[in-house]
Design a protein around this ligand. Structure first.
Ligand SMILES: Cc1cc2nc3c(=O)[nH]c(=O)nc-3n(C[C@H](O)[C@H](O)[C@H](O)COP(=O)(O)O)c2cc1C
Length: 274
């Protein structure tokens, strides 16, 4: 049986998402897959990587990002959208400024990566001749305000990026990652009334009660959390590692380890969101 191949792409700021990507990689290697492991950064030399970027050459495509202000990182948006992340808007504005007739004409996105070997007949038209690798999207996020509702849009956005390149997305994974924003206080520590980035211990305490204490089965006591995702400081930790590894094992075994080597059809999704 031919070795399976995965293109595992992710962006990261503080390495939480990278931890998940590395746990995924460990599992692919355990199952004997070839892994193309790629951190997507703001300034990529796409041309030198191009030979390894064609989705056509892989069985599975993974795309991961942390969440910033509700969206994937700019590096991901720029690499996968058709001109989002500023380029299109800027072009429209420049056309208006120059009083051009067709002010809303879409800009041509800057030359970046090319994800498929064969071009569609025209931009935006599906290419029915493409093979369709399966896909997985993943994120780490703070979710300190509302929990998993905060990660759904980003997962869907990244899913769209893959779907528009003829990838059938069959998996979604998210887990908490240590927060550095307003919800980034140690569990049980009373947060400040106003959050000042870089000075989060300064100012007066928020006007809330002391955290309740909870008694565990062994009699030890732990404080309640002021934010969603209990003890976010420790994440992604051992528990998230187990979830990430179990998730990707399910994807590999259920979709790819079939009796005849043909992947199962992309009718269902494997979802691990917490
Ligand atoms: C500037 C900034 C903005 C963030 N915005 C959000 C957000 O809108 N929603 C959220 O759930 N988490 C948010 N987070 C938390 C990150 O998504 C979380 O810490 C993530 O695990 C970081 O991943 P990384 O270490 O791979 O960069 C934000 C973090 C930073 C630094």
């Amino acid at each position: 049986m031919r070795k399976k191949k995965v293109l595992l792409m992710y962006a990261t700021m503080t390495k939480n998402t990278e931890k998940v990507a590395i746990w995924f990689r460990e599992m692919f290697e355990y199952y004997g897959w070839d892994v193309m492991f790629l951190r997507v950064k703001a300034n990529m030399d796409w041309a030198s990587l191009q030979k390894d970027l064609y989705f056509d050459d892989y069985d599975l495509i993974l795309l991961g990002s942390p969440i910033v202000g509700g969206s994937p990182l700019q590096a991901i948006i720029k690499a996968f959208s058709f001109g989002a992340g500023g380029t299109l808007e800027k072009e429209v504005q420049e056309n208006i400024d120059e009083n051009k007739e067709d002010a809303s004409a879409p800009a041509v996105p800057p030359q970046g990566a090319v994800w498929r070997r064969n071009k569609a007949p025209c931009p935006g038209m599906p290419n029915h001749n493409n093979n369709r690798p399966l896909g997985v999207v993943f994120t780490t996020y703070g979710g300190g305000f509302y929990g998993s509702a905060e990660c759904l849009a980003t997962l869907e956005q990244m899913k769209l990026y893959l779907v528009t390149h003829d990838v059938d997305v069959i998996g979604k994974f998210s887990c908490a990652g240590k927060e550095t924003g307003p919800a980034g206080y140690t569990v049980g520590v009373k947060p400040k009334e106003d959050f000042i980035p870089g000075h989060k211990q300064e100012g007066s305490d928020a006007n809330v009660q002391d955290a309740e204490m909870y008694t565990l089965g062994d009699g030890s006591q732990v404080p309640g959390s002021y934010f969603f995702h209990y003890d976010c400081d420790s994440k992604p930790g051992r528990r998230e590692e187990q979830k990430a590894k179990a998730f990707i094992s399910d994807v590999i075994e259920d979709y790819f380890m079939t009796y005849n080597g043909v992947p199962n059809p992309p009718i269902s999704e494997i979802i691990s969101i917490s």
